[in-house]
Design a protein. Sequence first.
Length: 242
Amino acid sequence: MQFVENIYLQGSEKAVLLLHSFTSNAEEMLFLANALHKAGYTCYAPNLAGHGASPEHLFASSIEQVWEHSKKAVQFLIGEKHETIYVVGQSLGGVLSIRLANEFTQIKALCIISSPVIERPVEGLENRVAFFSKRYLQNRGSTEHELQAFLNDHFPRPAEKFIALQQFIVQTGNEVHMIRQPLFLAKGALDEPVFQQSIDIIEEAADSKIIVKKQYENSGHLITLGKERQMLSEDIINFLGK
């Protein structure tokens, strides 16, 4: 089975943990990681539990495992003697970053991109998993017959894990008021309203004294992969350098 590799670029004593979105992998953060590394930072972008491999690996994972994996990623950087850690999270990665910031004193600033803190329909999450599965199989050269057979065998998915993911997101929204670290917030003007509204909610609820929010007019949900990724990288580097 082909796995996407974790990204680990060693630089200064200041480290950036980059956390990708649901159903994605570390490569989602590669452009930003390279830009941050060029600016001098150590960058670590792991594949979260169940991610970066086959749909079956994703099916077998849970939000609890993803959360535990994100904590281990911070502990890895601490073990590498990084006492100043910044976290950049996109979508689910940003949700995780909120919880991490409230748990680890070594986290000194957060950059949250397109992250939800309010409930979305479970059907939308299942559609995301189905889209990932189709793309994975197509990239591996599966025929249309093989693709349809796989979808028939594996969908619809049991709702329990999607519900647990939704609960995790909503519960995290209740923790936003505890954030005191400097906060950079990014949203795409072409993204779905739930994500844009969530970024506004985080801005209002956080207890941070420094909050920078920027809207990227030509971007959708995954800004790190979009046409404004260079602009996003420059904005984050500028924010962390202050």
